[in-house]
Ligand binder design. Sequence first.
Ligand code: AMP
Length: 112
Amino acid sequence: MEKDCVFCKIINGEIPAKRLYEDEKMIIIRDINPKAETHLLLIPKEHYADVASLNERTAADLGQCLLKLRELQDVLGIGGGFRLIVNKGVRAGQTVFHLHIHILAGRRIPGF
Ligand code: AMP
């Protein structure tokens, strides 16, 4: 856990957020500022800054999270299609430096 990390605070309950899904490796919540009809965040519980900070162990954990996401598609209401986005670095628009995967879905997903 990182002291000043908003996602660590959500994970440990200091900041309230409804968990759509939780297991020992991740939570899935709604983005507070949605950019699509459905905008979820898959957040690994372990704190590391970004996708470039992955190591073999955390990459394997993240792979497990994606396999779980595959199982959860219909429960989460994204079975009709979704887009995953991972921002790395300020230039790419990353604002929270705890790895997270944006899950965009719904009627209209904005283009790039
Ligand atoms: P990024 O710009 O890729 O770092 O994405 C960070 C995302 O976290 C943004 O889309 C924010 O809207 C979202 N966010 C920040 N704080 C919260 C929060 N307390 N609950 C849910 N989403 C949040």
